[in-house]
Design a protein around this ligand. Sequence first.
Ligand code: 3HC
Length: 634
Amino acid sequence: MSVPRQIGIETRGALGVIYLRNAPVNALGHALRTAISDAHRAFCADPEIKAIALVGLPKFFSAGADIREFATGRKPPLLTEVIAQIEAAPKPTLALIGGVCFGGGFELTLACDIRLAAPNARFSFPEIRLGNIPGAGGTQKLPRLVGGPAALDIIVTAREVRAEEAAALGLCAEVLPDLEAALLRAEAMAAAGIERQPIGARAVPGDISEMDAAAETALGVARGALAVTRAVEGVRMAYDTPLEQGQAWERETFIELNASDQSRAQRHVFFAEREARKVPDLPRDTAPREITRAAVVGADSAGAGIAMCFARAGLPVVLIDTDAAQIERARARIAELWDQARDGGGIDGPTLVAQRARLELSTELHAAASADVVVAAVSEDMTQTQEIFSALDRICKPGAILVNNGATLDLDSIAQATRRPGDVIGMHFLQPDGAVRLLEVVRGARTAPEVIATVMALAPRLDKQPVLVGVCDGLVGNRMVRAFGREVQMLVEEGATPDQVDAALAGFGVDIGQQLRDACAGAQGQPPRAPLTEDEIRRRCLWQLVNTGCRLLEEGIALRASDIDVIFVHGYGFPRFRGGPMHHAEAVGLSKVLADIRHYHEMLGPRWAPAPLLERAVREGLSLDAAMTSEAVA
Ligand code: 3HC
């Protein structure tokens, strides 16, 4: 038979093998679903074949459903239909799993009788991050396999289950050294004969009362996310509802959630994150420089955190401070943080030993001489920073990248203090060694393309989400937060209580943070007017963010409206299910947002002057990004 390019076919004794080959990530788009379905049917019809194996790419069994199809609608065979076909087939199917096995890919393996994993296998249900629940049997079959509480934890946290844990949970029968070893095992099993083991025939182990605590934990962290509530409902249903009925509920819920604003917002964030890693004006062949060694100058908490972040990423790093007392404080602080991480189970002993070995401390600036990248986490004083960059310029090897960490100083003025302005760039870590993933990468007027490419490629190694921004005081995030904070204070001065502001924003999913709460508490309320409603409080805070965001786009400081969303979701706790401030504004309707802003402009004065980009977008009926492009074209 002719084989479509999305798969490969092989016969190994009594085993028919279907290789999934839909690069880059084996997303289960229409062509791949069709190819799997046809090949599976053909093997079932072949009397020489006793069992069928599905094998993915070495690093991607499958990343799940093709998310791009969610907006356009899916054509048959649907994934649920391919799964039903495999389950109803006269012959057993095995899944041989290496690398990513996510979402619908994971569900495809749950339709199989036996799962064999390679050591790099990673199972996950990321649907919750897309504002949805697994939609091809996951909520009904996973509890039957691993129990309700464990299944709910996997579904609502979207955490990855690695091969070893998967074997312990019973998610896979065995972990073999690699996919070839798994193929040999599958071939032997096929020859010996495989007993059918459908997950759907099992009952969920344990009692439904075990779900109470798990459900409470899940709903406690949901912050208004619809999908979490539905996931709890679905897993409970698996205990006492026939599989078919549970799956029908799941399917309907998946379709309903897919059409929700929350899911649309989260799909927007997914693609925005990936878009943010791309730099439109870099020549395609720009090769990043090799980074094998780092140095961090300045051993206060920020510098120490950045050094730990490099060490965690596997890069040898030296933390430098000419103040010996500061270095000793940093040494003690780092040891304490690592011990805490180990005691809390966040890091195991051997990993900790390896990280410690990678991090040196020094009081000599010359220790930066051999580093490929040097991050200065020093003061917010321009003269002092320029002196340090000038010294680093003399000390560091040619080609070393000099980085300023910070959001206030002008990067171009810092670069002028060196003879290598092309090698100077900014990396603004909000919380270098913590859970905050945002990294604003600051491009100076003279930063070289390969330096930008290097730092954008370095960010994921450091487990950070990069967003490229231009030079201005506060960069994108802090400048917008300042406008937001100023509005919060004005609201309090007009008579809103800090609790009211807090509640209005918490109801939307935004936590205004302790610093802002403290600032509000100090403000003197002088109510001049009718009491403020929650809705007005929320709109004023959010539209200040949006109007300032539009100005940052006009100024070229932010590249895309979606980049601003990524900054707020990853750096400032903006709820993912709202999609970020700019997406939220577009979802509400830019003309409504502009009408509010004009109204506040009349009522509250110049800080509410509408951004010209917003006015143009509304006038021309365009999205913000399209309005930017239309201006560029004009
Ligand atoms: N559908 C469509 N495109 C996808 C995709 C998916 N499921 N997963 C990844 N891609 C695309 C990305 O958009 C990117 O495209 P681009 O190069 O044009 O920007 C390309 O594949 C590579 O992706 P990454 O840059 O993210 O590559 P990484 O190696 O860093 O990460 C990954 C790979 C871990 C698979 C990550 O992409 C990921 O987490 N993907 C999302 C997986 C997911 O959410 N799956 C669930 C889908 S919903 C579902 O299955 C419903 C079911 O229950 C019915």
